[in-house]
Design a protein around this ligand. Sequence first.
Ligand code: NAD
Length: 258
Amino acid sequence: MERRFEGKVIVITGAAGGIGRATAERFAQEGAKVVAVDLEAAALRDTTALVEAAGSEALAVAADVSRSADVQRYTAAAKDRFGGIDYFFNNAGIEGWVGPTTQYPEDMFDKVIAVNLKGVFLGIKHVVPLMLERGGGAIVNTASVAGLSGTPSIFAYGASKHAVVGMTKSAALEFGPRGIRTNAICPSPIETRMMRALERGINPDEPEQVHQSMAANNPMGRYGEPSEVAAFVAFLCSKDASYLNGGIFPIDGGSRAR
Ligand code: NAD
C-alpha cells in the first residue's frame, strides 16, 4: 500500500466505531500517527491495537465530542504527543430514536443535535487553530445520505446530518483560503453497529429482514464496508484531492443515481 501520510497526524472521532476504526487502520497503514477519540475508552484499545499492528503510533483519548472541555483536551493531547494535527476525521455520531416524529422524545432530539451537530462544530473550532499552525490540513466531516434527503423515521438524525453538510460548506469557504480543505462524506448503509441498531429500530422482530431489503434496494445489492469509506477518506486527505474543497460526496453504491 502507498504511504501517503508518513509523519502526518490524524485525529479521528468515533474511532471505536466501525467507520472510525477502519479509517484509523487505513491511515496507520499509510504511515499516519492516529489520535483515536471516542466515548468508549475500553473499545478504543482495539483501535489502537490495529494502528500499532500496522506499524504506526496511536494515542487513545476518551472524550465526549459534545463537551467543549473534552474537545479541547483531545486537541491538546494531539499537540502534546505528536506536535500538531494535519488531518481531522470529524466522524462521531449517534442514530438517535427511530419512529414517528410526533412521538420523538425531546431529550433524544437534544442529544442527537449535541453529538452530531455541536460535536462537529466544536471539533472544527478547536482543531483548525492547530492545523493553521502547521500551514494547512484537511477535514472530513461524516454526514450521511440522510443529510441529502428527508428521512422521516429518524427526524433528528436527518436534521443533524443536513447541518453537517451546511457546516462543511461554511468551513470550506472560511478556511480554504488558509490552506485547510473541508469536505463531507455521505454514506448510505454501511456494515456497522449503527445499522444493526437502526434495523432493530425499524423492525424489532425481524431486523435481518430489514437488512436484506435495504441491501437489495441498493444498486450494488449490498451495504458498504467500513474499509470502503476509509479508502475514500484517505483519498480526500491526500494530495491527490488537493483541489477538492466544500465537496459533499455520497458513498452509496449508486443509490442516489435514481
Ligand atoms: P458506530 O456506532 O459503529 O460508531 C460511532 C462511534 O461514535 C461509536 O464508537 C460511539 O461510541 C462514538 N460516539 C458516539 N457518541 C459520541 C460522543 N458523544 N463522543 C465521542 N464519541 C462518540 O457507527 P458508524 O457507522 O461507525 O458511524 C460513524 C459515523 O458514520 C457516524 O457519524 C454516523 O452517523 C455516520 N454514518 C454511518 C452510516 C452507517 O450506515 N453505518 C451511514 C451514514 C453515516
